[in-house]
Write a protein that binds this ligand. Sequence first.
Ligand SMILES: [Zn+2]
Length: 337
Amino acid sequence: MSGDEKCDIGSRIASICFSRRLHKTMAESSLLTSESKDDNSMENNKKPANENYILIDVGANLTNKKFGRDLDAVIQRAKDAGVQKIMVTGTSVHSSKEALRLTRIFPGSLYSTAGLHPHDAKSCDETTLVALEELASNPECVAIGECGLDFNRNFSPPDVQIEVFEKQVELACRLKMPLFVHERDAHEALLAVLDKYKARLPSVVIHCFTGTREEAVKYLELGFYIGLTGYLWKDKSQDGVRKILEDGVIPLNRLLVETDAPFMYPNTRASKLPDNIKESLTEKSLNYLHRYCTFQRNEPCSLSVTVEMIAACMNHTPDQVGLAATYNALKIFGLSN
Ligand SMILES: [Zn+2]
């Protein structure tokens, strides 16, 4: 991406932020799909769009069979809730192919990733990396991952996870594509792999961050981005992600938001939520959450409620957080066609 393009995204988002003339700005940006452009041209007897956020869900598992029956409704609801684009996570060759197939059904709205999840590292054979590379050559595929290390559950042996992760890091470096990384209880080992490639690492996103302050600081020092999900709602620890946000450890220019749907349901009814967070949640976001999402099946339309919580923790407005995260997602992944 050139400096000019960066300025272009910046000025688009700045004008959204400050003028709130969303109709005009959104129509000028690439954020609108053709249908919603039509909506705008149909004009004025509709509620103005400027009550909506402009969000990008950088990680949703829409190939999960829980979305098999009503994916079009799920995507429409997400758009109505302000989620303009969704990146569909690939976690195996099969689901990465499926994710790419979905991008063809919903062009301009869905993008995909290609990767092998650490849980399935043991299934990697000589065809896997070839297949992932082939998938990654499609313009709708915008990152390598989800890949990484999970020493919490160790569904694959740690040494196999490390080997398979390193192959995917190597692939991302070679293809100059962003890395979408999963890490649980494997911070040091993850850094050891990435360190070998530090001279040519692409953008690295630590997705669904659940670690400690020290780990966040280290990732940020290395220039990585932090993806936050509905995990925030169950994070009760004194030094967890919520506290890190309150203390300003994660700057807006390193933040991404994702639902990890159908997982990571934002449990806004959890007891002991601080009043400032409860008060910051809008009726509209809560309506989407409570009408359409459950513990069994979270949906991308719940993203706004998590953005509102992040904003409350950071003492910013939800618009500031949402637009910053959207800017970051466009900068890292492109998502232009
Ligand atoms: Zn993950």
